[in-house]
Design a protein around this ligand. Structure first.
Ligand code: ATP
Ligand code: MG
Length: 648
């Protein structure tokens, strides 16, 4: 793996909120005196009733229990809106960039946001929504999605946002799992120049959702849609009859704020439940420190609000900090692969946060798109979602960051609420491909996979677990606390098990090597899929790669590689041979691929993560049991992979 180190510039260090020395000191205090540390940090948000207790948590099997600030009261929407009004009412809270580059952008100030959210909240009240009730939100990436979330938070309803790209079936499963009585949607969404029939999907989904009584519909494209009388309500019509003020509901710190289903990369999605106080403290602190956010800057996170990244770093973190957050309705390659960079220039984006899947795709499309942009407004770049291959990191750093911008690779999960392992820009030098060091309060440990023993040496490889609680941690799986305990706390007693494998290097830096299930064991050598994939992506003709193991008579496990080539490159047996030699040279003969299959597309979740468990089944010649594929973005990709598989 690359060992190049990028230290923050003198200019960055001079201005930073947290220096290297402060990071060390604050980190030590955050783990030795969590009550003191988090008690102070929690003052960054407004409490209706101050807490007297900070941390009350236990990872001990079977009595796992997690409470933070448990007797405090607050309201998340008031923290994200009302408290900014006095001094920053005219600051833009949300910049909206529509899918169609010719369509009108919107700038929503905090004052406007306040009115929108209050009216929305009053409509929910009119529909009879109660504190604690679950409301499903199935929306395009338009500001109304954020209004809906904040309106729920304002009245104490628990939202469950379902990504607008999901099918009626997937939507129905999630609506029923959390017993929603009300669903919020839009007539249609727009993505990549195509209409997404959201309301039609809701109508289909509700055939299987007997508990839903009301559907609140936002008019977005204005197309004709069917409305079921007595059930469906237009938002704009309902808003005409409500007041523009809605008092925020005082919520206990441990009252649920939202449920969110995981991406489903490893199996059936889990209904992750987050609560109010700890989550908000953690989302806002991580947003401010990791992005070194400065008042007035434009922050753009390209995730969808249907993922936790959208929750914590489009809506709650930035708005709690009074930031300007950009919401983009579209996709990276529409009208062409230069769209992200055009949006950066158009809105003078300072901080840009995206996923490796997008970076690799844009890298594969060729440099002409990024080269034609100015990008001088950018100051900091972020990555999240999968391990970022050093090659993709360097491309991001050079082509997008113009070697000027800091790159923060943030490792975290739906379950963690916010960043867990991440550089702080002025304090922690970066290494391409490493998420670097733990955030405050996070105590990572590397465990031996079989024995569960903690590896004390600095240099280590094994399973990544966390030794103690942090405020942003999920509290339960909705409706299934047993599944929560079994999934995260049973296998390695006393620890939160992340499901990810990692390596810790001589400097104490963490390198996520992929899912534990994906780690290869080749002739007794443990190899992370990420390492082999990064070697392949480092080849100039390769844009993306996914590596899995398959049963091998001699080696125990063989290495099967799926490779997507750069635009314009042709697949051939010669190239396969060249790639095989390339990997041998980059990592060593042990990593020599047994099979290389060229694939125009890889199976990915709707959030853009490679689903290796499906690739493993294909490599193992076991298509009967592909498992839950409901979160697959394009099921057609799998047929192509099966038709062209190598391991016959
Ligand atoms: P499921 O839990 O349903 O299988 P999922 O794990 O894909 O879905 P998320 O919570 O969206 O659901 O993703 C978290 C996972 O994404 C992490 O456990 C890790 O595997 C991966 N990940 C996220 N960020 C990074 C990163 N910066 N580096 C490496 N891996 C990352
Ligand atoms: Mg997961």
């Amino acid at each position: 793996m690359s060992s190049e180190v990028f230290a923050p510039s003198d200019e960055v260090v001079a201005k930073t909120r947290v220096t290297a020395e402060q990071y060390d000191r604050m980190y030590r205090r955050s783990v030795s005196d969590p009550d003191g540390f988090w008690g102070e940090q929690a003052q960054r948000i407004d409490w209706i009733k101050p807490f007297t207790k900070v941390k009350n948590t236990s990872f001990e099997w079977p009595d796992v229990s997690i409470k933070w600030f448990e007797d405090g009261q607050l309201n998340v929407a008031a923290n994200c809106i009302d408290r900014h009004l006095k001094e920053h009412g005219d600051t833009v809270a949300i910049i909206f960039e529509p899918d169609d580059p010719e369509a009108e952008t919107r700038h929503i100030t905090y004052r406007l946001l306040h009115g929108e959210v209050c009216r929305f909240a009053n409509v929910l009240k009119e529909l009879g929504v109660q504190k604690g009730e679950r409301v499903t939100i199935y929306m395009p990436m338009i500001p109304e999605a954020a209004y809906a979330m904040l309106a729920c938070a304002r009245i104490g309803a628990v939202h469950s946002v379902v990504f607008g790209g999901f099918s009626p079936d997937a939507l129905a499963g999630r609506v029923n799992d959390c017993d929603s009585r009300v669903v919020i949607t839009a007539d249609e969404g727009c993505r990549g120049g195509k209409k997404v029939p959201l309301k039609v999907n809701v109508d289909k989904a509700l055939e299987d959702c007997p508990g839903v009584e009301k559907v609140l519909v936002v008019r977005n494209t204005g197309s004709d849609i069917a409305m079921t009388s007595g059930r469906d309500v237009w938002l704009h019509e309902a808003e005409a009859g409500v007041e523009a003020v809605c008092e925020p509901e005082p919520m206990n710190a441990e009252d649920p704020l939202f449920i969110l289903y995981t991406s489903g990369s490893t199996g059936k999605p889990k209904g992750v439940l987050h609560t109010t106080g700890g989550y908000l403290v953690y989302a806002s602190l991580t947003h401010e420190l990791t992005f070194d956010y400065r008042q007035g800057e434009v922050f753009w996170c390209t995730a969808d609000v249907g993922w936790v990244t959208g929750h914590s770093y489009i809506v709650y973190g930035p708005l709690a900090n009074g930031a300007t957050t950009l919401m983009f309705e579209g996709v990276p390659n529409y009208p062409d692969a230069g769209r992200f960079w055009e949006v950066v220039d158009k809105h003078k984006v300072n901080i840009f946060y995206t996923a490796p899947t997008a970076i690799r795709a844009l890298m594969g499309a060729g440099n002409q798109f990024v080269e034609r942009a100015d990008l001088s407004s950018l100051r900091l770049l972020g990555s999240v979602g999968e391990p970022i291959n050093p090659e993709a990191w360097m491309w991001y750093h050079k082509q997008v960051g113009r070697e000027r911008c800091i790159v923060v690779d943030t490792w975290w999960q739906t379950e963690t609420g916010g960043f867990m392992i991440t550089p702080l820009p002025g304090a922690i030098p970066t290494k391409p491909g490493s998420a670097t060091k733990p955030f405050f309060g996070v105590q990572p440990v590397v465990l031996e996979p079989e024995s569960g023993k903690v590896i004390e040496e600095t240099e280590a490889a094994g399973v990544l677990a966390i030794a103690d609680s942090w405020p942003g941690q999920m509290r339960t799986v909705y409706g299934d606390h047993q599944r929560f305990k079994e999934t995260y706390f049973q296998q390695y007693k006393g620890y939160y098990f992340t499901g990810d494998g990692c390596r810790r290097d001589e400097d104490g830096y963490y390198w996520i090597t992929g899912r534990v299930d994906d780690v290869l064991n080749v002739s007794g050598h443990r190899l992370g899929t990420a390492e082999v994939e990064s070697a392949l992506v480092a080849h100039p003709k390769v844009s993306e790669a996914a590596v899995v193991g398959f049963p091998h008579d001699v080696k125990g496990q063989g290495i099967y590689c799926y490779v997507t080539l750069m635009a314009g490159e042709a697949a051939s047996d010669d190239l396969a041979g060249e790639l095989r030699n390339w990997v041998r040279k980059e990592i060593g003969p042990i990593a020599s691929p047994d099979h290389i299959q060229f694939a125009p597309g890889l199976p990915k979740t709707r959030s853009g993560k490679i689903m290796r468990r499906i690739l493993r089944k294909v490599a193992e010649n076991d298509y009967g049991a592909l498992g839950d594929t409901s979160t697959l973005a394009d099921p057609g990709v799998v047929d192509d992979l099966i038709a062209n598989r190598k391991n016959r």
